[in-house]
Write a protein that binds this ligand. Structure first.
Ligand code: CP
Length: 334
């Protein structure tokens, strides 16, 4: 039987490599310093990575000889697994450090732990930390590229990029779309990065939440950010009218120091995305969720698994997005 050799030799797929001249980032800390052109470059590079992922052998030598280290000081399923797989698909070596099993537990500082990874030859460090700003501190003290995999309430830029990419893939653009983000916006680093990303791409962002779950200083931010419209609409039925994409958020009980809601039952009554409410949005409206999902709380199961849900696709796209970002960071250094 004749066996066709799978194509593992090319760094990028058959499509020509996107221009790296646009790329300005040594680190990925948040999307507030990204341009529309850079986000489009990430999309274009992710399209090429998706082509790699369709191959029989999903591996290219782009990062051969490079080392990616991950340090997760908070739990993760999607982000951690997809960074590891993305690096392996690009032929990098991978070190995964679990904070709970590392010398952090013996009192070693974050920077010393990261310096240890740097001393072992890590080229890129992916970090998730409960303290907002931890990846910024790392970027200031180390000579390697830092990728923020979620810092406290602050930012989760790679999640936002995969969310933007998923919407763009289905609806062809982000400019002019109406995107509704529902729920625990105060504690959601995903929402914060998405607000930047969607606004930079020209989408209208509507935040729908009880006042107790909106970030402090939001009105000042909206007034001063000079981005396309960001509005707050506390009534879900009004917010959903004419929506192109809807993202309910998990209630982050682990980050709520005080009782911010009178009762969970009332929250579900007022803010759960169910089928009846979804019908208020445009018929093509996409349902996204960054995960993990609290089924039956922020989203009804029939919506989470329904025809308009792209939640699983977000996870799949996350792999292509992270491969693209690793490629761009390493390529951008050449
Ligand atoms: N969306 C997200 O960050 O998921 P994980 O916590 O599973 O990584």
């Amino acid at each position: 039987m004749k066996v066709t050799e799978p194509n593992t030799s090319t760094v990028m797929p058959e499509t020509s490599p996107p221009s790296l001249k646009l790329w300005q980032h040594n680190h990925i800390l948040d999307l507030d310093n990204f341009t529309k052109d850079e986000i489009e470059l990430v999309f274009e590079t992710s399209n090429a990575m998706k082509e790699v992922l369709k191959r029989e052998i999903k591996k290219v030598p782009t990062l051969r000889g490079k080392t990616l280290a991950t340090l997760f000081c908070e739990p993760s399923t999607r982000t951690r697994a997809s960074f590891e797989l993305a690096a392996k698909n690009l032929s990098a070596d991978v070190i995964n450090l679990d904070a709970i099993k590392s010398s952090v537990i013996k009192g070693e500082s974050l920077i010393d732990t990261l310096r240890t990874l740097q001393a072992m030859g890590a080229d890129i460090i992916v970090i998730r930390h409960s303290q907002s700003g931890a990846p910024y501190l790392a970027a200031r003290h180390l000579n390697v590229s830092i990728i923020n995999a979620g810092d406290g309430w602050h930012a989760h830029p790679t999640q936002a990029l995969l969310d933007l990419y998923t919407i763009h893939h289905h609806l062809g653009q982000l400019n002019g779309l109406k995107v509704v983000i529902i729920g625990d916006i105060m504690h959601s680093r995903v929402a914060h990065s998405n607000i930047w990303g969607m606004s930079i791409m020209g989408a209208e962002v509507i935040l729908c939440a009880p006042a107790s779950l909106l970030p402090y200083g939001l009105n000042d931010f909206i007034t001063n950010c000079h981005l396309p419209p960001i509005t707050v609409e506390p009534k879900l039925d009004i917010a959903l009218k004419g929506a192109d994409a809807i993202m309910p958020l998990r209630l982050q009980k682990e980050r709520q120091q005080t009782n911010l809601l009178p009762s969970l039952r009332e929250y579900i009554q007022l803010y759960q995305l169910n089928q009846e409410r979804l019908s208020l949005a445009k018929s093509h409206a996409l349902v996204l969720h960054p995960g993990p999902v609290n089924e039956g709380i922020e989203i009804a199961p029939e919506v989470a698994y329904g025809a308009q849900s792209v939640i699983e696709e977000q996870v799949t796209n996350g792999l292509a997005i992270r491969m693209a970002l690793l490629y761009l960071i390493v390529g951008g250094k050449r």
